[in-house]
Design a protein around this ligand. Structure first.
Ligand SMILES: Cc1ncc(COP(=O)(O)O)c(C=O)c1O
Length: 393
């Protein structure tokens, strides 16, 4: 049987990245103790308010369809949350509720780029970006983040990459996997490039609550990006509910309408009890969210301090997000060789970054998604592994 050309665009996106993880899953199934530091799945329990809210909404609600773009009250609450956080006007008509930030990104990209277009993305890119952009027919043009400056944007290189075919610049801050949090000047300059070249600024802000080194500045708040900012975000990480698939895209009303049309074809709306369940959490800043973010800040600092003692490795505490980047190039191993050997010797699974792009080859992404004692115990095994490498050398 024949398939459409789409299948080639969406195949293999980051598949290599997960080989070590898959091996670890197989080892665990075979009875070995394995510590997983691979996936960005928060270990904290969600707030009772959310679980009880979803339970009550499920019990009380006729399980019918929700409006395609989301429950009106939920769209309004997300809009009010964005306006509260950014100081910029945002109305329900700007917001579409999506299945996580991921579906928001997919739908937005489908509606702004197509065959022959180009989308600039900053290398390393989050694993799904390549397939999301390729599925539109557009070409992803990768511009390296400046590794020498903690993976912050190289503004001149980004502007130099703009061509008449460029439709959008896609950014992600706090950044996965490097942990970089772009500063205000960088954000404004990126928005200004978009303004001068008439481009969309698509901003993946899924880690918006986890900015440690400096405050997170949403693209929605930038005057330079007015009328061209598309923000995708979710409660997946900050509220420890990735399985709820509750995210959104905020965009100018015309684009929000197109996204809703695509969602009609794709999903026909999301589960209403999930949307109603999170409604109270959208209206307030929960202490559980602040505590979860503090967990990641503290764990990042502690793990970086511990791994600074690992011979042949270079590490810095993340500026934000829920991952730590460990540079193992001085050991002489590739990141995949290192991760495989670490898994076999010590049962610790981490993510080799080679498949994220050449700019982070030789680094490991370590998820900070375990309680502190277990995380630091795994960190000590990484240090021990590096010491054994040095002794062997
Ligand atoms: C940068 C980035 N964007 C998007 C997503 C997907 O988020 P969601 O669960 O809200 O779809 C992730 C998940 O890990 C991510 O790291």
């Amino acid at each position: 049987m024949k398939f459409s050309p789409l299948v080639d665009s969406i195949a293999g996106g980051g598949a290599d990245t997960w080989k070590v993880h898959d091996r670890a899953v197989a080892m665990k199934a075979a009875g070995r103790a394995v510590t997983f530091l691979t996936i960005g799945d928060p270990d904290q329990a969600p707030a009772d308010l959310i679980i009880e809210g979803a339970r009550a909404a499920l019990a009380a609600h006729h399980p019918g369809y929700a409006p395609i773009a989301g429950q009106p009250a939920v769209r309004a609450a997300i809009a009010a949350r964005i306006a509260r956080r950014t100081g910029a006007a945002c109305a329900a008509a700007n917001v579409v509720v999506t299945q996580g930030a991921q579906a928001g990104l997919y739908c937005a990209m489908q509606c702004i780029a197509g065959d022959g277009d180009e989308v600039i993305a900053l290398d390393p890119v989050y694993a799904t970006y390549g397939a999301v952009i390729a599925a539109t027919g557009a070409r992803m043009v990768k511009v390296p983040l400046d590794a020498g400056r903690g993976f912050h944007p190289d503004l001149a290189a980004i502007e130099a990459a703009v061509t008449p075919r460029t439709r959008a610049i896609l950014i992600n801050s706090p950044h996965n996997p490097t942990g970089a949090v772009f500063d205000e000047a960088e954000k404004r300059a990126l928005a200004d490039i978009c303004r001068r070249h008439d481009l969309w600024l698509v901003s993946d802000e899924v880690y918006e609550d986890m900015a440690f080194a400096r405050p997170h500045l949403s693209a929605w708040s930038l005057d330079e990006a007015a009328g061209r900012a598309v923000v995708v975000s979710s409660l997946s990480k900050s509220h420890a509910i990735p399985g709820f698939r509750l995210g959104w895209a905020a965009a100018p009303p015309a684009l929000a309408g197109h996204i809703a049309n695509l969602l009609m074809c794709l999903a026909f709306g999301g589960p209403p009890f999930i949307q109603e369940g999170v409604l109270p959490a959208l209206k307030t800043d929960l202490p559980e969210v602040a505590a979860l973010c503090e967990d990641y800040r503290r764990r990042g600092q502690a793990m970086a301090a511990l791994l600074a003692g690992a011979p042949g490795c270079v590490v810095a505490a993340p500026e934000g997000g829920m991952f730590l980047l460990l540079d193992v190039r001085p050991t002489g191993l590739t990141s995949t060789e290192f991760a495989v050997a670490l898994l076999e010797a010590h049962g610790v699974a981490v993510l080799p970054c080679d498949a994220f792009g050449p700019n982070v080859a030789g680094r490991l992404r370590i998820s900070l998604t375990l309680p502190d004692d277990q995380l630091l115990a795994a960190g000590r095994r990484i240090v021990a592994f590096c010491e054994s490498l040095r002794s062997a050398a």
